[in-house]
Each structure stands twice: as structure tokens, then as C-alpha cells.
Design a protein around this ligand. Structure first.
Ligand SMILES: Cc1cc2nc3c(=O)[nH]c(=O)nc-3n(C[C@H](O)[C@H](O)[C@H](O)COP(=O)(O)OP(=O)(O)OC[C@H]3O[C@@H](n4cnc5c(N)ncnc54)[C@H](O)[C@@H]3O)c2cc1C
Length: 382
């Protein structure tokens, strides 16, 4: 008879897989339960941009964001060495076009906020380029009106490969991965979560890590009440053309284009708060993406559309994730609600969850992501 796992991880997206892998490496017996197949939902549909947030924010969550970006190169290299699957992590500058005065001024304040940080070659981490300099750097890009903010610490990863590597790393590290196994409830004994229930069995575990993305609230009504999360749909286009005429990630507001290592171009992404759980592309969404791409790099008008998809970002009312031990539900650890930055946050979330399971605490400051924190009323942020 197989023994109970130490930890059950619910959800096989980038967060659940990363947590399960690190927990197994730390010596835990881990079972990961995925209702369909691992790495098919938001984590697959993401574009793969790994960018820092606004450097004017100095709070603990902003610190976690930067720490996670710092962990990325080694995280991907470790996966590549262990599994033979290369997640194609690539440092790649990002250019953000400033076409309105307000964005330009904000960009300048971001440059000032990073004035004390430099790249190894001494160049600034963030720099505001003049329109002429921006076009000299990316000649096929539309000329910005005020300038372009160059971010030298952006990167991207090929997320479908990252997910394959994580899944294989889990198995190689001894995680029992059970797909097509939806969790339908938490098992509890008074205030303690003692395991989970699936359609055909109950599984006891010392800890349950809830990493079910935008569906986390469906697992238990107390989770839904205490840690709300809702879907925000994003649509993406994939373009192909011979030698796409740009190298950087180029962005204006929600629109961005990214040239992958294989030469294909990703165009992201819509931010749809009212689409519910419906995963599909819409004519309006696709039209907006095409217009956005052409307004960044007009020559993309010659490209072929070779794919399109959509996914559901797990969003919370204050746009911050729920990460940590859940008050009043001993044994439950929340790891969901990462909205637009779940890929970015995967390495640090896995480290935090592993700290909590192995030591009962973590040195990282989780106050802004604390499960059960008071929530503001939902507001829109595109
Ligand atoms: C269009 C788009 C572009 C994006 N671009 C980026 C980007 O460039 N950079 C970035 O950092 N982030 C990006 N994101 C956000 C990122 O994709 C998410 O924040 C991240 O994938 C969330 O990961 P997750 O593991 O929590 O959720 P998911 O990947 O959704 O995984 C949750 C898993 O839980 C499973 N599950 C649900 N309920 C149950 C249950 N009851 N039992 C068992 N399993 C269950 C699901 O099947 C799913 O596999 C983007 C998102 C979208 C949609």
C-alpha cells in the first residue's frame, strides 16, 4: 500500500509544477493532481515575457518580483541540465513606446528610480531614448512621439517548453503526477486541512498547496470567500514572416510584439475582464491585436497569421497573488492569483512554498500577498 504523501499540490500550471518540483527536491513525498493535463491553461497561453515591474514601487511584492527575475537564469539552466529540455530563457531588451506625455514623464521617473543600478557593462538598467535613438535601434519600429523606455533587464522564455521541462523535472524528482484527476474538495478536521477529495478517492497529506489558478475558488467555498480570484481573458496571435524586422520586445500599453528564437512573432494580448471562463478568440480581440502589432511594427502587415489562442489570467480584486499559509485552515498553502506575472513569479513562489512546508516560515515578506488579507473593492486595471 502506498503511503500518504507529505504534500498534495492541486494544479499543474507553472506555479503548481514549480512548487512540486522544489518540494520533491527538498525531500518531500509529493503528489500533484491536475484536473486535465499539466501545463495547458494560463501558463501555456502566456507570451513568456519576464519583465520587471515599476521601479517606483519599493514594497515587498516588488522585491519578490525582482528576486524571482534574478532566479530565472539559474532556474532554467537547472531545468535544461536535468531534463534536456531547454526553456529558451533569453535576455532581451524591451522598448516601450511613449506616445503620451504622461507615460513619458512616468518613464523618466522610472529611470530616476533605477539610477543606482547598472548592467555589468556599466550601461543603465533603464534608459529613456529619444525618438531618433529609438528608431536608430529598431528601424522598423514606428517612431514614438516622446521617446522610448529601454529596459535592459527584460527577458523571455518559451513557456510551453518551460512547462514540459518542469513536468519532466517533477517526475525525475519523484513527484507522483496524476492527470485527469480533478480535486472536488478539501478534507478538513475542524480548522485543519488534512487532504483532498477527488472523484474516486480521498488523499491525506500534511500540507495541501492550492495552485489551481483562476479555478482555485471552486475547490472549497471558504477559499472562494477568503481568497477571491476571477478570470481575465487574454488573446494572443502568432505570426510568421521571413526574418521579422525587430529584435527587442516592443510595447505600447497592453500591446506588445516578441520575436521568438525560432523567428516566429508573438502578439499580445487582450485584457478582458468580462469574458468569464470562456476560452476563445473573438473577431474584436483579434482585430485589436492586429492593429496593435501594426502600430508597433508596420511591416508586420506582410506576415502570415499562423496561430491564435486565449487563456485565463488568475486575477484577484487587488491584483496581488495569494501566497502563504491560510489563516484558519491549518495545512493549506495558497499559491494562486498571479494575474499577469505568473511566469515571472514561479521560481520565487516555489521557493516560498518550499520554505513554508520544510520550516514553517520563510524569510520573504509576504504581507502584501497574505491569504485572507482585507480586499479592496474590485477595480479595473488594464
Ligand atoms: C494571454 C496571456 C499572456 C500572459 N503573458 C504572461 C507573460 O508574458 N509573463 C508572465 O509572467 N505571465 C503572463 N501571463 C500570466 C500567466 O500566464 C499566469 O499568471 C500563470 O500562468 C498562472 O499560473 P498558474 O499555474 O497559477 O495557473 P494555470 O496555468 O491556469 O494552472 C492552473 C492549473 O490548475 C488546474 N486545476 C484547476 N482546478 C483544478 C482542480 N479542481 N483540480 C486539479 N487541478 C485543477 C488547471 O487545469 C490548470 O492546469 C499571461 C497570461 C495570459 C492569459
Amino acid at each position: 500500500m502506498s503511503r500518504d504523501p507529505d504534500v498534495v499540490v492541486v494544479g499543474g500550471g507553472v506555479i503548481g509544477l514549480s512548487c512540486a518540483w522544489r518540494l520533491a527536491q527538498a525531500g518531500m513525498a509529493v503528489t500533484l493532481l491536475e484536473r486535465s493535463f499539466c501545463g495547458r491553461e494560463a501558463s501555456w497561453s502566456a507570451v513568456g515575457v519576464l519583465s520587471p515591474g515599476n521601479p517606483n514601487f519599493k514594497h515587498a511584492l516588488a522585491r519578490l518580483h525582482l528576486d524571482s527575475l534574478d532566479l530565472y537564469p539559474a532556474f532554467c539552466e537547472e531545468l535544461r541540465t536535468l531534463t534536456g529540455i531547454d526553456p529558451e530563457y533569453e535576455r532581451c531588451c524591451r522598448l516601450e513606446l511613449c506616445d503620451v506625455d504622461q507615460r513619458y514623464r512616468m518613464g523618466l521617473s522610472e529611470v530616476r528610480a533605477t539610477a543606482d543600478r547598472a548592467m555589468p557593462d556599466g550601461s543603465p538598467v533603464l534608459e529613456m531614448l529619444t525618438p531618433d535613438d529609438a528608431v536608430a535601434l529598431e528601424p522598423a519600429m514606428q517612431r514614438p512621439q516622446y521617446g522610448a523606455l529601454l529596459c535592459r533587464i527584460s527577458a523571455h522564455v518559451r513557456n510551453p517548453r518551460l512547462l514540459k521541462a518542469l513536468r519532466r523535472a517533477c517526475e525525475q524528482s519523484g513527484v507522483l503526477v496524476r492527470e485527469q484527476t480533478p480535486v472536488i474538495g478539501l478534507r478538513t478536521d475542524e480548522d485543519t486541512v488534512t487532504g483532498v477529495t477527488t472523484v474516486d478517492r480521498s488523499i491525506n497529506a500534511r500540507y495541501v498547496v492550492l495552485a489551481a489558478g483562476t479555478w482555485a475558488g471552486t475547490v472549497d467555498p471558504r477559499v472562494a470567500a477568503q481568497m477571491p480570484v476571477h478570470p481575465v481573458r487574454g488573446q494572443v496571435l502568432l505570426l510568421e514572416m521571413d526574418d521579422p524586422p525587430f529584435r527587442h520586445i516592443i510595447r505600447r500599453r497592453n500591446h506588445y510584439v516578441l520575436r521568438r528564437r525560432d523567428g516566429l512573432v508573438l502578439v499580445g494580448s487582450t485584457v478582458e475582464h468580462d469574458a468569464g471562463f470562456e476560452i476563445r478568440n473573438t473577431p474584436a480581440g483579434v482585430e485589436g491585436l492586429i492593429q496593435g502589432a501594426l502600430s508597433l511594427v508596420p511591416r508586420l502587415a506582410d506576415a502570415r497569421v499562423v496561430g491564435m489562442w486565449s487563456g485565463l489570467r488568475p486575477c484577484t480584486p487587488d491584483w496581488r497573488p495569494h501566497i502563504g499559509l491560510v489563516p484558519g485552515m491549518d495545512g493549506l498553502i495558497a499559491a494562486f492569483g498571479h494575474f499577469k506575472t505568473g511566469l515571472v513569479f514561479a521560481p520565487i513562489t516555489a521557493r516560498i512554498v518550499t520554505d513554508l512546508v520544510t520550516h514553517g516560515q520563510t524569510p520573504f515578506d509576504l504581507a502584501r500577498a497574505a491569504p485572507g488579507r482585507p480586499m479592496k473593492l474590485p477595480r479595473r486595471r488594464d
